[in-house]
Design a protein around this ligand. Structure first.
Ligand SMILES: *[C@@H]1O[C@H](CO)[C@@H](O)[C@H](O)[C@H]1NC(C)=O
Ligand SMILES: *[C@@H]1O[C@H](CO)[C@@H](O)[C@H](O)[C@H]1NC(C)=O
Ligand SMILES: *[C@@H]1O[C@H](CO)[C@@H](O)[C@H](O)[C@H]1NC(C)=O
Ligand SMILES: *[C@@H]1O[C@H](CO)[C@@H](O)[C@H](O)[C@H]1NC(C)=O
Ligand SMILES: *[C@@H]1O[C@H](CO)[C@@H](O)[C@H](O)[C@H]1NC(C)=O
Ligand SMILES: *[C@@H]1O[C@H](CO)[C@@H](O)[C@H](O)[C@H]1NC(C)=O
Ligand SMILES: *[C@@H]1O[C@H](CO)[C@@H](O)[C@H](O)[C@H]1NC(C)=O
Length: 247
């Protein structure tokens, strides 16, 4: 029997994980007992696009109503898959003109201990209800260091359910670009996510219709002693393997 090369082993592992995951269903990570009450009507109003999708570095960040955008968001999915999960984003508008937005982000980066939260924060200046072609370039204080400066652009939001965001660390290097969907609910109903993904992918790069990997947001984010730990951990491993193979 011929021996498998490193790549083939990796591929075999991906296939194995895919097989295991397909039994669980792709949305099985929602192991909380809350049921989503999000309506299933199409989330984004858009005209049919027959054009090429737009890259993040030439997209415009929409005019945001800061008061409405503030509050808690959960990261639902990111493309390419990131290395942090259980991500909660708290946007606060401060009553001043400079550095008027404070962002506190809580996340985990350790598969074995997803409930041991890390936090990072950032302050930036955002003009209320004014769009921006440059987007928002800021760095998080993530003790003991600052994260790399990253440009973020809000492409679309309805304020009450979802926001579609893209970003990059180098405007002329597309490989540093990413897309993410954040939501007011910790998990989005599959139909709603499908709609957002499909409409975003029709308009913008970095959103892959129906194939974006969900960010782990299950009950293991709160506590390690949960029977669903295995599936969530498996999911995270799967995400990382896919990331490595698509890098
Ligand atoms: C969000 O951040 C603000 C400012 O730090 C804080 O006052 C508020 O309690 C936070 N909200 C939640 C739900 O963590
Ligand atoms: C981690 O985050 C979750 C969700 O925000 C929160 O309920 C939990 O208390 C946090 N745990 C710690 C140790 O801060
Ligand atoms: C982050 O929070 C710490 C502690 O509250 C504060 O001292 C620091 O100024 C904040 N940094 C940013 C970039 O907001
Ligand atoms: C973001 O700002 C930093 C610091 O000013 C700068 O070095 C970097 O080039 C900017 N990034 C982008 C993508 O514009
Ligand atoms: C940004 O990307 C371009 C093109 O890949 C590269 O030439 C340049 O050195 C990069 N800039 C930085 C600051 O990494
Ligand atoms: C956008 O990125 C592409 C590479 O993906 C680059 O060729 C182009 O010059 C960039 N445009 C701007 C405005 O930075
Ligand atoms: C940028 O990268 C994404 C995937 O990472 C790809 O879908 C898109 O076509 C790329 N865009 C350009 C202008 O190269």
């Amino acid at each position: 029997m011929p021996s498998l090369s490193g790549n083939q082993w990796g591929l075999a592992l991906v296939c194995l994980l895919l097989g295991l995951l397909s039994n669980q269903g792709i949305y099985a990570q929602d192991d909380t007992t809350t049921t989503s009450t999000i309506s299933t009507t199409p989330a984004i109003s858009t005209t049919e696009s027959v054009h090429d999708t737009m890259a993040c570095n030439v997209s415009t960040s929409m005019a945001l109503d800061l008061e409405k955008f503030s509050g808690i968001w959960w990261e639902i999915t990111r493309q390419p898959v990131g290395s942090i999960f259980c991500t909660k984003i708290n946007v606060t508008v401060l009553d001043k003109s400079e550095d008027n937005v404070l962002i506190d982000t809580t996340y985990s980066n350790t598969i074995d201990y997803p409930y041991v939260n890390q936090t990072m924060n950032a302050t930036l200046t955002v003009a209320d209800k004014i769009s921006s072609t440059e987007g928002y370039n800021f760095t998080y204080w993530n003790p003991p260091d600052y994260t790399p400066h990253t440009v973020f652009k809000v492409l679309d939001t309805d304020y009450s359910q979802y926001a579609v965001i893209c970003g990059y660390t180098n405007a002329t290097d597309n490989s540093t670009a990413f897309g993410m969907i954040i939501a007011r609910d910790r998990t989005l109903a599959p139909t709603v996510l499908d709609t957002i993904e499909s409409e975003s992918s029709a308009l913008y790069d970095n959103f892959f219709d129906g194939t974006m990997t969900l960010t782990t947001q299950g009950s293991t984010c709160y506590s390690g002693a949960d029977p669903s730990t295995t599936s969530t951990v498996l999911y995270a491993i799967f995400a990382i393997v896919i990331y490595l193979y698509t890098k």
